[in-house]
Design a protein. Structure first.
Ligand SMILES: [Zn+2]
Length: 381
């Protein structure tokens, strides 16, 4: 999931400003009221296939146009290709795009994967895009297994379901990814592979927390999570320079079971110098390496007098080599030794910590309130 703001999304938000304001307003009314209301549309739009020349679908589905008028039906495998401006061929018959497919039995296959809900096929200059429109709850069922371990206690799974739901609602309302869809199905947002990723205990965790999200000031909270904090989480301000009242450091005694609670990695100094040079940091042979501390974590790495911001340094050397932004470095005998704490950026919820708290008998509410202090838990529907 991309935890940084995207330029295209913010310019889109400006383009959609009136709509954006409206959606924002409806949601804040919902979150302000104690009772759940029905005016919020819980449909999410995911760009499951983007800008292709040919799209293969399979299923038993009704077809309709943008006004909901019936266009016919498909049964079985079907190939979709663009034919002329604004038109597409579906199983060798031509229709004006976009065309919406509503599966008879609740799901259909698109480009070899099964998806719940409707699929709209849109044509643009870049080709065909398939947008899966489905209920937020169904989407959460499709994403949380990528983020949890099967052995987790159910309360930790519930906490993760609420985080995934909050992320989706925040994106839909505050920062949709494009004009066509709210979310990308990759790590840019949350990895979404449709039906095949679901499992029963995760589905129960989703059902038991139905409609619950984290909010702040009557708007969906901006949530982040990471694998292992190493003993204390980090603030969004320290890591990204962005002040968020509920993304502040909290103590965590619960992630000691993570294999990356403490870690050491030894690299050849020449290899690191080569990677830095390839990324535009021509520092030469490594002679002096030190770190610049921020409030709690590393702010930058100073290599031969050149300052490299820590997130850049991790990106260049490798996020799975320098596992976190909380480490020390020593240079000796041509080798660089990194000794660190935790895995990930450290902001928001610590996932191993969530698992540890659940194991120790805490509920999903207690877990989320611990890692996101000040954010409220509200039921939207
Ligand atoms: Zn932790």
């Amino acid at each position: 999931m991309n935890r940084s703001s995207s330029r295209s999304a913010s310019s889109l938000a400006l383009l959609l400003f009136p709509l954006f304001l409206f959606a924002d307003d409806v949601l804040s009314q919902i979150l302000r009221s104690e009772a759940t209301v029905t005016s919020f549309d819980p449909t999410l739009r995911i760009g499951i296939v983007q800008s292709v020349d040919t799209l293969n679908i399979d299923g038993d589905a009704q077809m309709s146009d943008t006004d909901g008028r019936a266009l016919g039906a498909i049964q079985g495998a079907c190939r979709i290709v663009p034919v002329a401006t604004g038109k597409i061929s579906v199983c060798d018959r031509t229709y004006p795009a976009p065309v919406t497919f509503t599966p008879k039995f609740g799901f259909m296959s698109v480009a070899g994967k099964m998806f719940r809900g409707k699929v709209e096929v849109v044509l643009s200059e870049k080709g065909l895009t398939a947008v899966n429109a489905l209920h937020i709850e169904e989407y959460v069922r499709g994403v949380i297994n990528k983020e949890i371990m099967p052995g987790w206690h159910i309360e930790a799974k519930k906490a993760q379901a609420v985080l995934a739901r909050t992320y989706a609602v925040h994106k839909k309302v505050m920062r949709p990814r494009t004009a066509l869809y709210d979310l990308d199905p990759t790590v840019l947002d949350q990895v979404y592979g449709g039906l095949e990723k679901e499992d029963l205990t995760a589905n129960k965790a989703v059902a038991d927390t139905r409609g619950e999200i984290l909010s702040y000031n009557d708007l969906p909270a901006e949530i982040y999570f990471h694998s292992t904090c190493g003993g204390r989480t980090a603030s969004a301000k320290e890591v990204w320079g962005k002040e968020v009242p509920y993304l502040v450091p909290v103590k965590c005694d619960h992630c000691k079971n993570s294999s990356l609670y403490r870690w050491t990695r030894v690299l050849h100094a020449d290899e690191v110098a080569k990677k830095l040079a390839a990324a535009g940091y021509a520092v030469g042979k490594l002679k002096k390496v030190s770190i610049e501390k921020g409030d709690l974590r590393v702010a930058a790495v100073i290599v031969n007098g050149k300052r490299i911001e820590v997130n850049q340094f991790r990106k260049v050397v490798g996020y799975t080599t320098v596992y976190s932004n909380d480490f020390t470095i020593t240079l000796s005998g041509g080798k660089l030794t990194f000794s660190g704490k935790g895995f990930g950026h450290g902001v928001g919820a610590c996932q191993y910590g969530m698992a540890g708290m659940a194991q120790a008998g805490k509920t999903w509410r207690e877990i989320l309130q611990h890692y996101l202090p000040g954010a409220e838990i509200r039921k939207m529907y």
